[in-house]
Design a protein around this ligand. Structure first.
Ligand code: IDP
Length: 149
């Protein structure tokens, strides 16, 4: 099983979308392995988005993700990284198709509601940045026998 790091960003929390987003993830068949709400520390946010540190939007991006509580999670399942990227939709909501979280609930790239790791290396790095291994649970969903061939 593959793990990925997913976040409901502060705009998603303040717009009351946490339940909707968790529901979409669960209904898809992915497993919530860890879940937490907190205000992300500025140093953690800078580390999380370090690949964008030279970009003009870096300061406003760090300000955005630390501006209020966000919901961090570890999501688990076969191909969870690619599936969560598809569930979230394109980075720019203008290009995000309806049916995706960004395509249904957002307008601008700078307020695009959700994050999900984009590759196995970033998933591993982001999970380790935001969670202790002891916070990540292990259990069986009762529908796993039907979700997987
Ligand atoms: P991703 O979130 O879909 O992985 P990235 O290109 O890694 O997309 O960008 C990370 C985040 O940085 C985006 O989700 C968005 O919040 C923000 N961002 C990216 N490009 C821009 C921009 O041009 N203006 C403002 N914010 C941006």
């Amino acid at each position: 099983m593959e793990r990925t790091y997913v976040m409901v960003k502060p705009d998603g929390v303040q717009r009351g979308l946490v339940g909707e987003i968790l529901s979409r993830i669960e209904k898809r068949g992915l497993k919530l392995a860890a879940l937490r709400m907190n205000v992300m520390d500025e140093a953690i946010a800078k580390e999380h988005y370090k690949e964008h540190s030279e970009r003009p939007f870096f300061a406003s991006l760090v300000e955005y993700v630390t501006s209020g509580p966000s919901v961090s999670m570890v999501v688990e399942g076969k191909d969870s990284i690619k599936i969560m990227r598809a569930v979230n939709g394109a980075t720019n909501p203008v290009e995000a198709v309806p049916g995706t979280i960004r395509g249904d609930f957002s307008i601008e790239t700078g307020r695009n509601v959700v994050h999900a790791s984009d590759a196995p290396e970033s998933a591993e790095r982001e999970i380790a940045l935001h969670f202790e291994e002891s916070e990540i649970t292990g259990y069986t969903r009762i529908d796993e026998g039907q979700l997987y061939e």
